[in-house]
Design a protein around this ligand. Structure first.
Ligand code: PSU
Ligand code: MN
Length: 295
């Protein structure tokens, strides 16, 4: 599939699931504006990706985003989360859809877009042995030639298992100014990266040649700043409560991640939301710099 890229040169992809399912409704529009500004501040051109009435779009206009926001305000299932398994079905049905990391990568690749910024990659959920809930995001990195700039994987996941899965799938994981695999709200986990880069120009040279060489993805991990990082013990307490909340509400499959993120935002009185916004904005800026340095 070939898709037009409405954004033009030095494009950085942004996803709609983060906006429509990852943050409270009131925060989404402002966050979209801020992320676009952050990409531009880094030297890139933002392209928000999503599906409008069955049509995949790389570079949603403000009016189109407003349409999706209005639809999702009317009912939480009006703009379903699309991963690579249900994207084509939602398109065939003429449905709206919010793209996750996996489908944002798929559509970005179809438009020739090589860099994408998000908050945290999906991964292996805790208790995966009984549920086998492993995000399609991991497999997308083996299929689409896009560099994903993220703060590791969300701290609610099984981080060592996710890191192992990336290794098994053969996905290169490179740290920007870190030797450790970040854990979203926390700067570090016990897991490591395959290589560290301290310089955007060197990172850009590696990413360009690696995408070209393999035709597959690269994960660039950028830790949350020290000022925005959460306290680890406090986060662990919130997470226990949030997980219980999601279980009590019977969340399963695609609804698990949004349910836990939403519960965390409430239980922490907005602290996890502030951290989430800070890290995704920092990733958007770095992705802009990376894209600009890729020439
Ligand atoms: N980053 C965030 N918030 C989010 C996500 C990423 O800061 O909500 C989304 C991405 O779209 C990612 C999805 O693909 O969470 C993972 O969902 P799942 O675990 O169901 O694969
Ligand atoms: Mn899942």
């Amino acid at each position: 599939m070939h898709l037009p890229n409405r954004a033009g040169p030095r494009t950085v992809a942004l996803e709609t699931t983060l906006l429509l399912h990852g943050v409270p409704h009131e925060a989404a529009k402002g966050l979209a504006k801020d992320l676009a500004g952050d990409v531009r501040a880094g030297g890139g051109e933002p392209a928000l990706i999503g599906v409008l009435a069955g049509l995949p779009i790389v570079g949603l206009s403000e009016a189109e985003l407003d349409l999706l926001l209005a639809a999702s305000a009317a009912g939480s299932h009006a703009v379903p989360k699309a991963n690579t398994s249900n994207l084509g079905i939602l398109m065939a049905q003429g449905s709206h859809a919010a793209t996750t990391v996996s489908t944002t990568m798929e559509l970005a690749a179809a438009a020739g877009v090589r860099v994408f910024a998000t908050g945290g990659l999906g991964g292996v959920h805790q208790g995966w042995a009984s549920t086998l809930d492993i995000s399609t995001d991991l497999f997308a990195l083996t299929r689409f030639p896009v560099a994903v700039v993220a703060s590791g994987v969300k701290s609610l996941l099984d981080i060592p298992a996710t890191r192992e899965a990336l290794e098994t799938l053969g996905v290169p994981v490179v740290g920007f100014k870190t030797d450790k695999f970040p854990a979203f709200y926390l700067r570090e986990s016990a897991a490591g990266v395959d290589a560290r880069f301290d310089d955007v120009a060197k990172l850009a040279a590696f990413v360009s040649s690696e995408l070209e060489r393999t035709g597959r993805g690269v994960l660039v991990v950028n830790p949350i700043s020290r000022e925005d990082e959460l306290d680890c013990a406090e986060f662990e307490r919130w997470l226990l409560q949030a997980r219980k909340h999601a279980e009590d509400h019977g969340a399963s499959g695609r609804h698990v991640t949004p349910a836990i993120l939403g519960a965390l935002h409430l239980i922490s009185r907005g602290a996890t939301l502030r951290a989430n916004i800070a890290l995704v904005r920092s990733n958007a800026r770095l992705a802009g710099q990376l894209r600009a340095a890729m020439g």
